[in-house]
Design a protein around this ligand. Structure first.
Ligand SMILES: C[S@@+](CC[C@H](N)C(=O)[O-])C[C@H]1O[C@@H](n2cnc3c(N)ncnc32)[C@H](O)[C@@H]1O
Ligand code: SF4
Length: 395
Protein backbone atom coordinates (compact mmCIF):
# COMPACT_ATOMS: atom_id res chain seq x y z
CA UNK A 1 0.00 0.00 0.00
CA UNK A 2 1.56 3.32 -1.02
CA UNK A 3 0.99 6.01 1.58
CA UNK A 4 0.21 9.56 0.43
CA UNK A 5 1.12 12.62 2.53
CA UNK A 6 -1.73 14.12 4.59
CA UNK A 7 -4.48 11.93 3.11
CA UNK A 8 -8.17 12.48 3.73
CA UNK A 9 -10.97 9.90 3.41
CA UNK A 10 -14.61 10.55 2.53
CA UNK A 11 -17.61 8.63 3.85
CA UNK A 12 -20.85 9.05 1.87
CA UNK A 13 -24.04 7.76 3.48
CA UNK A 14 -27.00 6.43 1.45
CA UNK A 15 -29.83 6.21 4.00
CA UNK A 16 -32.41 4.00 2.23
CA UNK A 17 -33.10 0.26 2.37
CA UNK A 18 -35.72 -2.03 0.85
CA UNK A 19 -36.74 -3.21 4.32
CA UNK A 20 -35.49 -2.82 7.87
CA UNK A 21 -33.56 -5.79 9.25
CA UNK A 22 -34.60 -6.64 12.83
CA UNK A 23 -31.04 -6.34 14.26
CA UNK A 24 -29.99 -3.13 12.52
CA UNK A 25 -29.67 0.27 14.19
CA UNK A 26 -27.87 1.98 11.30
CA UNK A 27 -29.39 5.16 9.92
CA UNK A 28 -31.57 3.46 7.32
CA UNK A 29 -35.08 4.26 6.20
CA UNK A 30 -37.57 2.29 4.16
CA UNK A 31 -38.44 4.99 1.66
CA UNK A 32 -36.92 6.55 -1.39
CA UNK A 33 -35.87 10.10 -2.10
CA UNK A 34 -38.93 11.92 -3.46
CA UNK A 35 -36.80 13.50 -6.17
CA UNK A 36 -33.58 11.62 -6.87
CA UNK A 37 -32.10 14.50 -8.89
CA UNK A 38 -32.56 16.98 -6.05
CA UNK A 39 -31.29 14.42 -3.52
CA UNK A 40 -28.11 13.83 -5.56
CA UNK A 41 -27.62 17.59 -5.92
CA UNK A 42 -27.63 17.90 -2.12
CA UNK A 43 -24.64 15.51 -1.92
CA UNK A 44 -22.70 17.59 -4.45
CA UNK A 45 -23.57 20.81 -2.59
CA UNK A 46 -22.45 19.37 0.73
CA UNK A 47 -19.16 18.15 -0.78
CA UNK A 48 -18.60 21.67 -2.21
CA UNK A 49 -19.17 23.12 1.28
CA UNK A 50 -15.93 21.34 2.29
CA UNK A 51 -13.90 22.66 -0.65
CA UNK A 52 -11.42 24.46 1.64
CA UNK A 53 -10.76 21.26 3.57
CA UNK A 54 -10.33 19.30 0.33
CA UNK A 55 -8.15 21.85 -1.50
CA UNK A 56 -4.62 20.57 -1.87
CA UNK A 57 -5.47 17.28 -0.10
CA UNK A 58 -5.19 13.80 -1.51
CA UNK A 59 -8.29 11.64 -1.11
CA UNK A 60 -7.08 8.14 -0.27
CA UNK A 61 -10.46 6.43 -0.07
CA UNK A 62 -14.18 6.98 -0.56
CA UNK A 63 -16.69 4.71 1.16
CA UNK A 64 -20.35 4.61 0.15
CA UNK A 65 -22.11 3.08 3.15
CA UNK A 66 -25.67 2.73 4.28
CA UNK A 67 -28.39 1.92 4.31
CA UNK A 68 -28.10 0.19 0.99
CA UNK A 69 -26.11 2.33 -1.46
CA UNK A 70 -26.36 -0.41 -4.09
CA UNK A 71 -30.01 0.68 -4.49
CA UNK A 72 -28.78 4.03 -5.88
CA UNK A 73 -28.24 4.39 -9.63
CA UNK A 74 -24.67 4.02 -10.96
CA UNK A 75 -24.82 7.65 -12.19
CA UNK A 76 -25.01 8.79 -8.54
CA UNK A 77 -21.58 7.29 -7.86
CA UNK A 78 -19.90 8.72 -10.95
CA UNK A 79 -21.34 12.17 -10.17
CA UNK A 80 -20.08 12.10 -6.56
CA UNK A 81 -16.65 10.72 -7.49
CA UNK A 82 -16.17 13.25 -10.31
CA UNK A 83 -17.21 16.08 -8.02
CA UNK A 84 -14.74 15.03 -5.32
CA UNK A 85 -12.03 14.76 -8.00
CA UNK A 86 -12.77 18.33 -9.14
CA UNK A 87 -12.05 19.66 -5.63
CA UNK A 88 -9.07 17.52 -4.60
CA UNK A 89 -6.51 15.05 -5.88
CA UNK A 90 -7.53 11.41 -5.95
CA UNK A 91 -4.72 9.09 -4.86
CA UNK A 92 -3.52 6.91 -7.75
CA UNK A 93 -4.39 3.81 -5.71
CA UNK A 94 -7.63 5.24 -4.31
CA UNK A 95 -9.98 2.66 -2.76
CA UNK A 96 -13.64 3.34 -3.59
CA UNK A 97 -15.94 0.96 -1.75
CA UNK A 98 -19.68 0.50 -2.00
CA UNK A 99 -21.75 -1.59 0.43
CA UNK A 100 -24.09 -3.88 -1.47
CA UNK A 101 -26.94 -6.21 -0.63
CA UNK A 102 -27.03 -9.50 -2.55
CA UNK A 103 -30.42 -8.77 -4.18
CA UNK A 104 -30.71 -9.35 -7.92
CA UNK A 105 -31.59 -5.72 -8.66
CA UNK A 106 -28.29 -4.66 -7.15
CA UNK A 107 -26.19 -7.46 -8.62
CA UNK A 108 -27.44 -6.70 -12.14
CA UNK A 109 -25.90 -3.23 -11.72
CA UNK A 110 -22.41 -4.43 -10.61
CA UNK A 111 -20.88 -3.91 -14.10
CA UNK A 112 -22.25 -0.35 -14.18
CA UNK A 113 -21.07 0.36 -10.63
CA UNK A 114 -17.59 -0.69 -11.71
CA UNK A 115 -17.77 1.57 -14.78
CA UNK A 116 -18.91 4.42 -12.48
CA UNK A 117 -15.64 4.17 -10.52
CA UNK A 118 -16.38 1.73 -7.67
CA UNK A 119 -13.38 -0.60 -7.26
CA UNK A 120 -14.35 -2.51 -4.12
CA UNK A 121 -17.67 -3.90 -2.87
CA UNK A 122 -18.59 -5.05 0.58
CA UNK A 123 -21.52 -7.46 0.37
CA UNK A 124 -23.95 -8.06 3.26
CA UNK A 125 -24.13 -11.85 3.02
CA UNK A 126 -24.67 -12.32 6.81
CA UNK A 127 -25.01 -16.12 6.54
CA UNK A 128 -24.80 -19.03 4.11
CA UNK A 129 -27.49 -20.85 6.09
CA UNK A 130 -31.03 -20.18 4.82
CA UNK A 131 -32.63 -20.76 8.21
CA UNK A 132 -30.29 -18.21 9.82
CA UNK A 133 -30.93 -15.76 6.97
CA UNK A 134 -34.66 -16.02 7.68
CA UNK A 135 -34.03 -15.42 11.38
CA UNK A 136 -32.01 -12.31 10.45
CA UNK A 137 -34.93 -11.09 8.32
CA UNK A 138 -32.87 -11.00 5.14
CA UNK A 139 -34.53 -10.95 1.74
CA UNK A 140 -31.91 -13.14 0.05
CA UNK A 141 -31.02 -16.82 0.40
CA UNK A 142 -27.58 -18.41 0.34
CA UNK A 143 -27.75 -19.17 -3.41
CA UNK A 144 -28.32 -15.48 -4.13
CA UNK A 145 -25.44 -14.55 -1.82
CA UNK A 146 -23.08 -16.91 -3.64
CA UNK A 147 -24.20 -15.59 -7.00
CA UNK A 148 -23.61 -11.98 -5.84
CA UNK A 149 -20.08 -12.91 -4.76
CA UNK A 150 -19.35 -14.56 -8.12
CA UNK A 151 -20.51 -11.45 -10.00
CA UNK A 152 -18.49 -9.21 -7.67
CA UNK A 153 -15.40 -11.33 -8.41
CA UNK A 154 -15.93 -10.64 -12.11
CA UNK A 155 -16.18 -6.86 -11.87
CA UNK A 156 -14.15 -5.77 -8.83
CA UNK A 157 -10.47 -6.23 -8.09
CA UNK A 158 -11.39 -6.23 -4.43
CA UNK A 159 -14.45 -7.50 -2.66
CA UNK A 160 -15.39 -8.42 0.86
CA UNK A 161 -18.45 -9.83 2.52
CA UNK A 162 -19.98 -9.67 5.99
CA UNK A 163 -21.14 -12.59 8.10
CA UNK A 164 -22.93 -12.43 11.46
CA UNK A 165 -22.35 -15.19 14.00
CA UNK A 166 -23.07 -16.03 17.65
CA UNK A 167 -26.69 -16.47 16.59
CA UNK A 168 -29.25 -18.33 18.77
CA UNK A 169 -28.48 -22.05 19.01
CA UNK A 170 -25.44 -21.73 16.75
CA UNK A 171 -23.01 -24.55 17.40
CA UNK A 172 -19.28 -24.30 16.88
CA UNK A 173 -19.56 -27.06 14.28
CA UNK A 174 -22.18 -25.18 12.25
CA UNK A 175 -20.23 -21.90 12.38
CA UNK A 176 -16.96 -23.66 11.50
CA UNK A 177 -18.50 -25.22 8.41
CA UNK A 178 -19.96 -21.85 7.33
CA UNK A 179 -16.64 -20.15 7.78
CA UNK A 180 -14.80 -22.84 5.84
CA UNK A 181 -17.36 -22.44 3.07
CA UNK A 182 -16.92 -18.65 3.18
CA UNK A 183 -13.17 -19.10 2.74
CA UNK A 184 -13.77 -20.78 -0.60
CA UNK A 185 -15.44 -17.57 -1.86
CA UNK A 186 -13.13 -14.91 -0.45
CA UNK A 187 -10.50 -12.99 -2.35
CA UNK A 188 -8.79 -11.62 0.76
CA UNK A 189 -11.16 -9.75 3.08
CA UNK A 190 -13.97 -10.88 5.40
CA UNK A 191 -15.90 -9.00 8.11
CA UNK A 192 -17.15 -11.34 10.84
CA UNK A 193 -19.46 -9.76 13.42
CA UNK A 194 -20.96 -11.28 16.53
CA UNK A 195 -24.67 -10.46 16.69
CA UNK A 196 -25.25 -7.53 19.02
CA UNK A 197 -28.68 -6.53 20.27
CA UNK A 198 -29.11 -2.81 19.77
CA UNK A 199 -31.66 -0.60 21.54
CA UNK A 200 -34.55 0.50 19.34
CA UNK A 201 -34.41 -2.55 17.06
CA UNK A 202 -37.06 -5.24 16.66
CA UNK A 203 -34.58 -7.77 18.09
CA UNK A 204 -34.20 -5.66 21.22
CA UNK A 205 -37.85 -6.18 22.18
CA UNK A 206 -37.96 -9.80 21.00
CA UNK A 207 -34.82 -10.66 22.95
CA UNK A 208 -36.14 -8.92 26.07
CA UNK A 209 -39.43 -10.81 25.86
CA UNK A 210 -37.56 -14.11 25.54
CA UNK A 211 -38.49 -14.89 21.90
CA UNK A 212 -34.91 -16.04 21.40
CA UNK A 213 -31.87 -16.60 23.54
CA UNK A 214 -28.36 -15.55 22.64
CA UNK A 215 -25.37 -17.81 23.27
CA UNK A 216 -23.97 -17.57 26.82
CA UNK A 217 -20.79 -15.46 27.12
CA UNK A 218 -18.65 -18.57 27.42
CA UNK A 219 -20.07 -20.10 24.24
CA UNK A 220 -19.76 -16.75 22.39
CA UNK A 221 -16.10 -16.63 23.47
CA UNK A 222 -15.57 -20.15 22.12
CA UNK A 223 -17.14 -19.12 18.81
CA UNK A 224 -14.84 -16.10 18.71
CA UNK A 225 -11.72 -18.14 19.45
CA UNK A 226 -12.70 -20.77 16.83
CA UNK A 227 -13.09 -17.89 14.33
CA UNK A 228 -9.60 -16.61 15.11
CA UNK A 229 -8.08 -20.06 14.77
CA UNK A 230 -9.72 -20.77 11.40
CA UNK A 231 -8.87 -17.34 10.01
CA UNK A 232 -5.27 -17.45 11.29
CA UNK A 233 -4.80 -20.86 9.67
CA UNK A 234 -6.26 -19.51 6.41
CA UNK A 235 -3.69 -16.68 6.38
CA UNK A 236 -6.40 -14.06 7.06
CA UNK A 237 -5.74 -12.93 10.63
CA UNK A 238 -7.82 -10.23 12.32
CA UNK A 239 -6.36 -6.80 11.55
CA UNK A 240 -9.23 -5.38 13.59
CA UNK A 241 -11.58 -7.03 16.10
CA UNK A 242 -14.12 -8.13 13.45
CA UNK A 243 -12.15 -7.67 10.22
CA UNK A 244 -9.87 -10.23 8.64
CA UNK A 245 -7.62 -9.92 5.63
CA UNK A 246 -4.76 -11.46 3.77
CA UNK A 247 -1.79 -9.08 4.10
CA UNK A 248 -2.34 -6.26 1.59
CA UNK A 249 -6.12 -6.73 1.42
CA UNK A 250 -7.04 -4.66 4.50
CA UNK A 251 -9.66 -1.95 3.91
CA UNK A 252 -7.65 1.26 3.51
CA UNK A 253 -10.71 3.30 4.42
CA UNK A 254 -11.41 1.54 7.70
CA UNK A 255 -7.73 1.50 8.67
CA UNK A 256 -7.69 5.24 8.08
CA UNK A 257 -10.55 5.67 10.64
CA UNK A 258 -8.93 3.44 13.19
CA UNK A 259 -5.63 5.30 12.80
CA UNK A 260 -7.62 8.47 13.50
CA UNK A 261 -6.98 10.07 10.13
CA UNK A 262 -9.12 12.94 8.78
CA UNK A 263 -12.39 12.06 7.06
CA UNK A 264 -15.43 13.93 5.86
CA UNK A 265 -18.90 12.50 6.50
CA UNK A 266 -21.35 13.39 3.73
CA UNK A 267 -25.08 12.57 3.67
CA UNK A 268 -27.81 11.97 6.26
CA UNK A 269 -26.45 10.86 9.63
CA UNK A 270 -22.82 10.75 8.46
CA UNK A 271 -20.04 11.41 10.97
CA UNK A 272 -16.81 13.24 10.13
CA UNK A 273 -13.53 14.12 11.85
CA UNK A 274 -11.17 16.68 10.37
CA UNK A 275 -8.64 19.31 11.27
CA UNK A 276 -9.21 22.91 10.25
CA UNK A 277 -6.43 25.28 11.23
CA UNK A 278 -5.14 23.83 14.49
CA UNK A 279 -8.52 22.47 15.64
CA UNK A 280 -10.00 19.01 15.17
CA UNK A 281 -13.77 18.92 14.62
CA UNK A 282 -16.38 16.18 15.06
CA UNK A 283 -19.37 16.55 12.76
CA UNK A 284 -22.71 14.73 12.53
CA UNK A 285 -25.27 15.38 9.81
CA UNK A 286 -29.06 15.37 10.36
CA UNK A 287 -30.30 11.79 10.44
CA UNK A 288 -33.63 12.14 8.65
CA UNK A 289 -32.98 12.24 4.89
CA UNK A 290 -35.54 14.96 4.21
CA UNK A 291 -34.34 17.16 7.07
CA UNK A 292 -30.75 16.73 5.88
CA UNK A 293 -31.66 17.59 2.28
CA UNK A 294 -33.59 20.71 3.31
CA UNK A 295 -30.72 21.88 5.53
CA UNK A 296 -28.25 21.42 2.66
CA UNK A 297 -30.53 23.29 0.27
CA UNK A 298 -30.76 26.18 2.72
CA UNK A 299 -27.24 26.26 4.25
CA UNK A 300 -25.06 24.14 1.90
CA UNK A 301 -24.42 21.64 4.71
CA UNK A 302 -26.65 19.41 6.84
CA UNK A 303 -24.88 19.73 10.21
CA UNK A 304 -26.81 18.43 13.18
CA UNK A 305 -23.73 19.22 15.24
CA UNK A 306 -20.17 20.42 14.75
CA UNK A 307 -18.02 20.25 17.86
CA UNK A 308 -14.44 21.32 18.49
CA UNK A 309 -12.75 18.38 20.23
CA UNK A 310 -10.61 19.03 23.32
CA UNK A 311 -7.20 17.37 23.62
CA UNK A 312 -8.52 14.83 26.10
CA UNK A 313 -11.49 13.98 23.85
CA UNK A 314 -9.14 13.45 20.94
CA UNK A 315 -6.95 11.22 23.08
CA UNK A 316 -9.99 9.15 24.12
CA UNK A 317 -11.14 8.78 20.53
CA UNK A 318 -7.66 7.90 19.35
CA UNK A 319 -7.52 5.15 21.97
CA UNK A 320 -11.04 3.85 21.23
CA UNK A 321 -10.31 3.58 17.53
CA UNK A 322 -6.68 2.45 17.67
CA UNK A 323 -7.11 -0.26 20.30
CA UNK A 324 -9.36 -2.13 17.83
CA UNK A 325 -6.55 -2.79 15.35
CA UNK A 326 -3.84 -5.39 15.58
CA UNK A 327 -1.08 -2.83 14.98
CA UNK A 328 -2.14 -1.26 18.31
CA UNK A 329 -1.68 2.26 19.67
CA UNK A 330 1.07 4.67 20.61
CA UNK A 331 2.11 3.68 24.16
CA UNK A 332 1.80 7.31 25.23
CA UNK A 333 -1.99 6.90 25.09
CA UNK A 334 -2.03 4.50 28.06
CA UNK A 335 -0.94 5.46 31.61
CA UNK A 336 1.94 3.24 32.64
CA UNK A 337 0.37 1.71 35.76
CA UNK A 338 -2.82 0.86 33.84
CA UNK A 339 -0.77 -0.79 31.15
CA UNK A 340 1.13 -2.85 33.75
CA UNK A 341 -2.14 -3.85 35.42
CA UNK A 342 -3.75 -4.94 32.13
CA UNK A 343 -0.57 -6.63 30.94
CA UNK A 344 -0.48 -8.70 34.14
CA UNK A 345 -4.06 -9.78 33.34
CA UNK A 346 -2.84 -10.78 29.84
CA UNK A 347 -5.24 -8.31 28.21
CA UNK A 348 -2.62 -5.96 26.69
CA UNK A 349 0.77 -6.62 25.15
CA UNK A 350 3.63 -4.80 23.48
CA UNK A 351 4.03 -5.51 19.80
CA UNK A 352 6.65 -3.79 17.62
CA UNK A 353 6.89 -0.82 19.98
CA UNK A 354 3.12 -0.31 20.25
CA UNK A 355 0.47 -1.49 22.72
CA UNK A 356 -2.28 -3.78 21.53
CA UNK A 357 -4.98 -6.08 22.86
CA UNK A 358 -4.08 -9.74 23.25
CA UNK A 359 -6.49 -12.33 21.87
CA UNK A 360 -8.10 -12.54 25.34
CA UNK A 361 -8.16 -8.73 25.49
CA UNK A 362 -10.08 -8.52 22.22
CA UNK A 363 -12.88 -10.51 23.85
CA UNK A 364 -13.35 -7.74 26.42
CA UNK A 365 -12.18 -4.76 24.36
CA UNK A 366 -14.95 -2.46 25.60
CA UNK A 367 -14.18 -3.14 29.25
CA UNK A 368 -10.47 -2.53 28.64
CA UNK A 369 -11.03 0.85 26.96
CA UNK A 370 -13.60 1.91 29.59
CA UNK A 371 -11.03 1.14 32.27
CA UNK A 372 -8.29 3.16 30.56
CA UNK A 373 -10.63 6.08 29.86
CA UNK A 374 -11.80 6.20 33.48
CA UNK A 375 -8.14 6.90 34.32
CA UNK A 376 -8.09 9.77 31.79
CA UNK A 377 -11.11 11.23 33.58
CA UNK A 378 -9.36 11.06 36.96
CA UNK A 379 -6.34 12.82 35.50
CA UNK A 380 -8.58 15.44 33.90
CA UNK A 381 -10.24 16.14 37.25
CA UNK A 382 -6.81 16.51 38.79
CA UNK A 383 -7.30 13.50 41.10
CA UNK A 384 -5.13 11.13 39.20
CA UNK A 385 -1.52 10.23 39.57
CA UNK A 386 -1.26 8.56 36.19
CA UNK A 387 2.04 9.02 34.46
CA UNK A 388 1.94 9.21 30.67
CA UNK A 389 5.33 8.27 29.38
CA UNK A 390 7.04 10.49 26.84
CA UNK A 391 9.36 7.73 25.74
CA UNK A 392 8.42 4.97 23.38
CA UNK A 393 7.55 1.80 25.33
CA UNK A 394 7.43 0.23 28.77
CA UNK A 395 9.05 -3.14 28.92
C1 LIG B 1 -24.34 -0.87 7.32
S1 LIG B 1 -24.53 -2.55 7.55
C2 LIG B 1 -24.77 -3.24 5.97
C3 LIG B 1 -24.95 -2.81 4.72
C4 LIG B 1 -25.98 -3.48 3.87
N1 LIG B 1 -27.17 -2.70 3.90
C5 LIG B 1 -26.36 -4.89 4.29
O1 LIG B 1 -27.17 -5.07 5.18
O2 LIG B 1 -25.89 -5.81 3.67
C6 LIG B 1 -22.90 -3.18 7.79
C7 LIG B 1 -22.83 -4.54 8.43
O3 LIG B 1 -22.94 -4.44 9.82
C8 LIG B 1 -23.32 -5.71 10.33
N2 LIG B 1 -24.32 -5.47 11.38
C9 LIG B 1 -25.29 -4.55 11.40
N3 LIG B 1 -26.00 -4.63 12.55
C10 LIG B 1 -25.44 -5.62 13.28
C11 LIG B 1 -25.72 -6.21 14.57
N4 LIG B 1 -26.71 -5.77 15.34
N5 LIG B 1 -24.93 -7.22 15.01
C12 LIG B 1 -23.91 -7.67 14.24
N6 LIG B 1 -23.61 -7.17 13.03
C13 LIG B 1 -24.36 -6.17 12.55
C14 LIG B 1 -23.87 -6.53 9.19
O4 LIG B 1 -23.01 -7.59 8.91
C15 LIG B 1 -23.88 -5.54 8.05
O5 LIG B 1 -23.60 -6.13 6.82
S1 SF4 C 1 -28.62 -4.35 7.79
FE1 SF4 C 1 -28.32 -3.30 5.87
S2 SF4 C 1 -30.18 -3.77 4.66
FE2 SF4 C 1 -30.65 -4.26 6.75
S3 SF4 C 1 -31.62 -2.40 7.52
FE3 SF4 C 1 -29.44 -2.32 8.09
S4 SF4 C 1 -28.49 -1.15 6.49
FE4 SF4 C 1 -30.51 -1.82 5.72
Amino acid sequence: MTEVPNPIAIYVHWPFCESKCPYCDFNSHVAQAADLGAFQKAYLTEISYFKDILAGRTVSSIFFGGGTPSLAPPSFFSAVIEHIASLSTLAPNIEITMEANPGSVEVNKFADFSAAGINRVSIGVQSFNDEKLRFLGRKHDSAKAKYAISVAAKYFANYSFDLIYALPEQTILEWRSQLLEALTFTNGHLSLYQLTIEKGTKFFNEHRSGSFILPEDEHAAELYLATQEIMDNAGMPAYEISNHAKPGYESMHNLHYWRYGDYLGIGAGAHGRYIKGEQRFATVMHHMPQKWQTAVEQQEVGFQSKLALSNIEQKEEKLLMGIRISEGVDPRLIPQEIFEELRALKLLEIFEGRIRLTKEGRLVANAVTTHIISKYKEVEKGNGTAKFTESSIYC
